[in-house]
Write a protein that binds this ligand. Structure first.
Ligand SMILES: Cc1cc2nc3c(=O)[nH]c(=O)nc-3n(C[C@H](O)[C@H](O)[C@H](O)COP(=O)(O)OP(=O)(O)OC[C@H]3O[C@@H](n4cnc5c(N)ncnc54)[C@H](O)[C@@H]3O)c2cc1C
Length: 385
């Protein structure tokens, strides 16, 4: 694995950095970060600025709104967005998860229908997998697509979906066929979120991110809305979750959080002579290790060889590291860390307080740490039954 950027990639990184440092972008980000969760803007102007240059979905082919570059350029963009504090969840979900899954598995008609608007920063996607009784164990899901003429009617209730209030489309897993084999008979549909029969309601939590419950009441779907094969959604979910688990987003978050802690301890001199010095050095090494794992997982994807176990390792390591730093922030930096970014006394872009509230979710989303460890132990090390 070569972690050196080519001169072209390095110049792309600098160009993205320059755009994200422009005053108008900084102002928009500061404005967006001060807004309460129920007023967040969703698709930002900076997404459109990136899209004008073809950068938002740079790894997609030109006919779908990208520049046909590699996943490395895409990862550079994602990292830079996080490093510069751009609210990135709408982008990650729309481009790096939903869009990329359609790019990899969709038909040409599905790509033409959905991808250009996402790449232009004008359309958003979300994921509808989790249900009130089902999270890790998707084989037991109860959302049903019931046969209706040449298609289906979709009925069910999904929870903990992020950004569905802005989304034009969702990737939604539903049971199409009853089967003794739990993982057979599931189909992944591309659901138009503006269709009649879709209701989105907020589920508030201690995080700044608004979760949603999405109620699906008889939405009409046809073969054109199936991603991959009917009844073979397990394969699609495998791909989708692999994409979510490369860890690029989380290693960049861990780096940004650690840098914030280091800046604060340098400003206050609070670490000198304390036991935290060594801990910070250790965390720095963990963040670097997470970066290596994430880029390795990404490299596999680039070679067309998405590796479940490597993705599981990257996801586990990067999220556990980011969580540890989030939880240590207040311990190391003291009460200042608990100032909200919306507090007048907080430094611009202050992020440790919201990171502290987000910490528990890091190791749950896209597969919990226990499930990742189980995957590594069984498929990677052959340790379990
Ligand atoms: C920030 C965030 C964003 C999210 N975004 C979305 C989204 O956009 N769309 C969506 O559909 N869902 C989303 N989710 C939901 C997420 O996918 C689920 O929370 C996750 O799959 C875990 O499911 P659960 O919460 O039902 O927990 P459960 O699966 O019920 O797990 C409960 C506990 O049991 C443990 N456990 C479960 N199975 C095993 C096992 N086999 N071995 C060992 N331990 C096990 C888990 O590790 C966990 O500690 C999001 C969650 C978070 C926190």
């Amino acid at each position: 694995m070569n972690l050196e950027l080519t001169p072209e990639q390095e110049s792309f990184r600098r160009a993205v950095c320059a755009l994200l440092c422009e005053e108008s972008v900084r102002e928009e980000v500061a404005r967006a970060r001060r807004l309460p969760a129920d007023q967040e803007p969703g698709l930002l102007e900076v997404y459109r600025r990136l899209a004008e240059r073809g950068w938002l979905a740079i790894n997609w082919p030109a006919e779908h709104g990208g520049l046909g570059s590699s996943v490395v350029e895409k990862a550079i963009l994602t990292e830079q967005m996080i490093v510069h504090g751009i609210p990135d969840v709408v982008h990650t979900l729309s481009v790096d998860i939903v869009g990329l899954a359609i790019q990899r598995l969709g038909t040409e008609a599905q790509k033409r229908r959905w991808l250009p608007r996402i790449a232009a920063g004008e359309g958003a996607g979300c994921v509808l997998l989790t249900e009130p009784e089902i999270g890790s164990d998707l084989g037991g899901l109860s959302t049903r697509a019931e046969p209706d003429g040449d298609g289906w009617r979709l009925h069910g209730r999904k929870v903990y979906s992020l950004k569905s209030q802005f989304a034009d489309l969702a990737l939604c897993a539903a049971r199409t066929t009853e089967s003794e084999v739990r993982f057979h008979g599931i189909t992944v549909f591309i659901v138009p979120m503006r269709a009649p029969g879709v209701r989105v309601e907020p589920l508030w939590s201690m995080s700044d991110e608004r979760f949603n419950q999405v109620v699906l009441s008889g939405i009409r779907l046809t073969a054109e809305d199936v991603l991959g094969e009917v009844d073979d959604g397990w394969q699609v979910l495998h791909d989708l979750l692999g994409i979510e688990r490369t860890g690029i987003e989380f290693e960049a978050k861990a780096r940004r959080l650690l840098d914030a802690v280091l800046d604060e301890t340098e400003r206050t001199g609070s670490v000198e002579g304390s036991e935290y010095g060594e801990l910070l050095v250790e965390l720095d090494a963990e963040v670097w290790a997470g970066q290596l794992l994430a880029w390795h997982a990404l490299g596999d994807m680039l070679d067309g060889d998405l590796d479940d176990v490597r993705c599981g390792m990257a996801k586990w390591h990067t999220t556990e590291t980011a969580k540890r730093i989030s939880e240590l922030g207040p311990e190391i930096c003291g009460l200042t860390a608990l100032l909200s970014a919306r507090d007048a006394e907080a430094a611009p872009g202050w992020l440790l307080e919201s990171a502290f509230r987000d910490a528990p979710g890091l190791t749950l989303a896209s597969g919990t740490s226990e499930v990742m460890l189980s995957l590594i132990a069984s498929a990677g090390l052959g340790l379990l039954g």
